[in-house]
Design a protein around this ligand. Structure first.
Ligand SMILES: CC(=O)[C@@H](O)[C@H](O)COP(=O)(O)O
Length: 260
């Protein structure tokens, strides 16, 4: 039986999605994507433009990596900016997919969930397939679904913080409320164990960038993440035991030993 992930009708063998920013060099980025066997790479139109990093060359490199491209609106702080960037991305990459970020707060890069819902509605009505970077808030999640999103991407922790899953309870509730919606943890993952924990909770995939790009050996770290995500998924499918507050002897004793 296959355990492929389906997002907007596209089937993916890998549950690891990798960001393409902050790598020491394009060659190291390419090595990391290959080592991760990432099914999706996300790329920021604005960042590449701003860095004037020979944009076309960089996008050409990303296109050649063999992963599906998910353009993002990273760095957008308003609905207008995000919608305009999404349109540019659709033209450049020829895909209706857009990872929608509308940032609301400078210190935490927390999503502006009001702007996010508004922008998601505009883009979905215009034929985009929206991957919204959101919080674990259930009401916002409902609104995003009503706006036309078919995938949700709640944060684990603030972007680039490496803190892991900050609100385990909230993320567990979100999973329970939307059992049939693909849920992808996006941002804040620092260690493979964080990614494994997300998968053990029943999340469908993990998107990360900084933890690999800033590792001492990005390709080795990408491989470690790929294995952790596979292990977490396998554990979820295997049905983890329920947690208990009290001890339960793992070797039950029947009767008493007869001591001579
Ligand atoms: C690249 C990208 O899409 C980021 O905006 C994403 O949220 C990753 O966050 P981390 O860098 O914390 O993994």
């Amino acid at each position: 039986m296959t355990d492929d992930l389906e997002l907007y009708g596209i089937t993916l063998a890998s549950r690891l999605m990798l960001g393409t920013a902050q790598y020491p060099s394009p060659a190291i980025l390419a090595d990391a994507v290959r080592a991760a066997e990432a099914g999706i790479v996300t790329v920021s139109l604005r960042r590449e433009n701003a860095a004037a990093r020979t944009g076309q060359d960089f996008w050409g490199l990303v296109r050649g990596l063999g992963a599906r491209i998910l353009p993002n609106t990273a760095g957008c702080h308003s609905v207008k900016e995000a919608v305009t960037t999404a349109h540019m991305a659709r033209e450049v990459f020829g895909t209706p997919w857009i990872k929608l970020e509308v940032i609301g707060e400078a210190d935490t890069l927390q999503p502006d969930v009001f702007g996010l819902v508004e922008a998601a509605g505009i883009l979905a009505a215009d034929g985009f397939e929206v991957f919204p970077y959101t919080t674990e808030d259930l009401v916002v999640a409902e609104r995003l679904m009503e706006a036309g999103c078919r995938v949700l991407m709640p944060w684990g922790a603030p972007i680039g913080s490496g803190r892991g899953l900050n609100n385990l309870y909230g993320l567990r509730s979100l999973r329970a409320h939307f059992p049939d919606v693909p849920l992808v943890i996006d941002a804040g993952i620092g260690l493979p164990s964080h990614a494994a924990a997300a998968m053990e909770l029943g999340y469908d995939a993990v998107l990360l960038n900084t933890a690999v790009a800033k590792a001492g050996d990005p390709a080795a770290m990408a491989r470690a993440f790929a294995r952790a995500i596979e292990a977490g998924r396998a554990a979820f499918l295997a049905g983890p035991m329920p947690q208990r507050d009290m001890a339960a002897p793992s070797t039950p004793v029947i009767g008493k030993a007869l001591l001579g």
